[in-house]
Design a protein around this ligand. Structure first.
Ligand code: PAF
Length: 279
């Protein structure tokens, strides 16, 4: 496994592999790696020859400076974890490598994906994601890129961006990996105490119970019931939505194929998100 810190060094390696006819699979990450990331690497290994994993805590997608400051940075442990995986090349650039002074910023209108859920609560977040992923795609030029469905809206945004710019990159959405308790794996879980990890289970319990309720109730009624579960919980609910998986338009009366419930809630100071396909 090779670690590259500059665009030049990475592109030299990728050129060597491409000249041998190898396909490139790409797993973008912000580090603090866990088994969820490794599952993306494993899926990439099934579909591609050479796996590139980027580790870059992207400042432009944090709308809360405190969140950026507290984001876990565990590069040594990440490198070790990837060394025991199918990863071939780690790309761990500096901020200046990703954002050189002359780089043009993208301002993509996200259509129905904007002003809902994460975008409504974290203004500018997806603009940062779009810019960094577009830049990383441009540097790595993979044939396929792998993203976890835990970040449901992010996957929708990246698919939208890829289509908008007509990029020849297949976006592969991979299932959320959970602790045995059901808690969705996330780099942010490192900031939860044992008690908070238990409190946070209300999220997956609500999602699973809502899936049962969806057999009998309308999306609006499922959402109302789901919200009420949080009344007595330790978590502070930010939103519960049931959305069309492509447009992210909120569903009220009728179910559509792939309808997904998305939840965001604060557990202490830690903001958690999760989702489950209900229908
Ligand atoms: O999901 C993440 O870790 C980040 O949003 C991503 C896609 C690596 C962009 O910084």
């Amino acid at each position: 496994m090779i670690v590259c810190n500059t665009v030049d060094a990475l592109q030299k390696q990728i050129l060597i592999e491409k000249s041998k006819g190898k396909s490139i699979g790409f797993v973008p990450s912000m580090g603090a790696l866990h088994l969820g990331h490794i599952s993306l690497v494993n899926e990439a290994q099934k579909q591609c020859d050479i796996i590139v994993v980027s580790i870059f805590v992207n400042p432009t997608q944090f709308n809360n400076p405190d969140d950026l400051l507290k984001y876990p940075r565990t590069l040594e442990a990440d490198i070790q974890m990837l060394d025991n995986s199918a990863c071939s090349i780690i790309f761990a650039p500096s901020v200046d490598e990703i954002y050189p002074a002359n780089l043009e910023t993208i301002n993509l209108d996200l259509g129905t994906l904007k002003n809902v859920m994460e975008d409504a609560l974290r203004p500018g977040h997806f603009n940062g994601v779009v810019n960094v992923v577009y830049r990383l795609f441009d540097i790595v030029k993979p044939s396929k890129a792998f993203f976890g469905l835990k970040d449901f809206q992010q996957v929708a945004v990246i698919k939208y961006m890829t289509k908008h710019f007509n990029l020849a990159i297949e976006i592969v959405a991979c299932p959320t990996i959970r602790e045995i308790t059901g808690l969705a794996m996330s780099s942010r879980n490192l900031r939860l105490s044992d008690k908070q990890k238990k409190d946070a289970l209300i999220i997956i319990q609500t999602l699973r119970y809502s899936k049962e309720l969806s057999k009998e109730l309308t999306p609006m009624d499922v959402r109302l019931k789901a919200r009420s579960f949080f009344n007595t919980s330790e978590l502070t609910l930010e939103y519960i939505e049931i959305v069309d998986p492509l447009t992210l338009v909120s569903l009220d009366e009728n179910w559509v194929e792939g309808a997904t419930m998305c939840i965001a809630a604060f557990c202490g100071e830690v903001r958690l998100i999760d989702n489950l396909q209900l229908f």
